[in-house]
Design a protein around this ligand. Structure first.
Ligand SMILES: [Zn+2]
Length: 104
């Protein structure tokens, strides 16, 4: 899990995904609300968690449970978050990722 989180930091530093999420209103705020409980706080930590959760849940097929909002990563709420993440510049030109729903 730690490695996946660190991977998220590198993506964020390269593509400034935090700025993108912050430009997306209520959906962006929902995306950034991951229930992150690490020692270091801030939007950078939460976007790194978003990648960790995406990789865990969509690519590895494991369930992530938000500590305060158990519905956050289920059904439409999860799809909204993952779709928003995949619309960031980090996934530009990577149709295979953006089309994840059609192949799921
Ligand atoms: Zn971190």
């Amino acid at each position: 899990m730690t490695l996946l989180h660190e991977f998220g930091h590198h993506v964020d530093w390269r593509y400034d995904v935090v700025a993108y999420a912050r430009s997306q209103g209520a959906n962006g705020r929902a995306l950034l609300s991951t229930g992150h409980a690490g020692a270091t706080q801030g939007a950078g930590e939460r976007i790194a968690d978003c990648y960790m959760i995406y990789l865990l849940q969509v690519l590895a097929g494991q369930r992530y449970s938000h500590p305060a909002d158990t519905a956050a990563y289920q059904g439409g709420a999860a799809r909204m978050r993952f779709n928003l993440l995949l619309q960031s510049r980090a996934f530009e030109g990577m149709a295979g990722f953006r089309d994840w729903q059609s192949s799921a």
